[in-house]
Design a protein around this ligand. Structure first.
Ligand SMILES: O=C(CO)[C@H](O)[C@H](O)COP(=O)(O)O
Length: 220
């Protein structure tokens, strides 16, 4: 089974968590694209979606799913999103697609975060995937210097602008033994909008697809 089929399986399994007549929180990325396609099969049973990116909004609308502004609802029972890395404790690195800030905001509002991923995303320790940090454009160099002081190796994702008009620094060469601490430290740097560590608010449920099926894991 190839990576595409595994992503599709995880995405399909997430439908089981969607509550009828509610607004669904929708993440960003290739795995989520399969989830959006699957969600379209039950679009008449949901009250619409809150989207974490312009790309997901476009795909949702192409399927005829109404996209609702987050400011117009406080009630999102379930948020479904992928991850770049996820641990057994369901802490994650996200933001490979650059949508980390909106993803984090919707995850904060949602009651349950369902992470969908193929087994290649499972890690013992976070940090092999470069950790994305969204920064205000004027603060890019300052934030990079502060990240170096924390032991990271920031690389500007040149040519990329987030949906919020900001820039991304990807931090290489991290071994993240204390994800909650690093998440806080990075967010404390002036000019950082947010970072891609989802440790304080990790996933509640992970649906991990492998050749033997979709494994359901719960946060401890
Ligand atoms: O955080 C994300 C986007 O900002 C994605 O969830 C993450 O990059 C995983 O993407 P994919 O499903 O394409 O592997």
């Amino acid at each position: 089974m190839d990576a595409k089929q595994l992503k599709q399986q995880a995405a399909q399994a997430a439908l089981e968590f969607i509550e009828p007549n509610t607004i669904v929180g929708v993440g960003t990325g290739s795995t989520v694209n399969y989830f959006i396609d699957a969600l379209a099969t039950m679009k008449d049973d949901i009250a619409g979606a809150v989207s974490s990116s312009e790309a997901s909004t476009q795909r949702l609308q192409e399927h005829g799913i109404e996209v609702i502004e987050l400011n117009h609802t406080a009630d999102i029972p379930v948020y479904v999103d992928g991850a770049d890395e996820i641990t057994a404790h369901l802490q994650m690195i996200k933001g490979g697609g650059g949508a980390l800030t909106r993803e984090k905001v919707i995850a904060a509002v949602a009651k349950r975060f369902v992470c969908i991923a193929d087994e290649s995303k499972l890690v013992d320790v976070l940090g092999r995937f470069p950790l994305p940090v969204e920064v205000l454009p004027m603060a890019r160099s300052y934030v990079a210097r502060e990240i170096v002081k924390l032991g990271g190796d920031p690389v500007w994702r040149e040519g990329f602008v987030t949906d919020n008009g900001n820039l991304i620094l990807d931090i290489h060469n991290l071994t993240i033994l204390e994800p909650m601490k690093l998440e806080q430290q990075l967010n404390n740097i002036v000019g950082v909008v947010t970072n891609g560590l989802f440790a304080q608010r990790g996933a509640d449920i992970a649906l991990i697809a492998s050749a033997s099926g979709v494994d359901q894991r719960h946060a401890d």
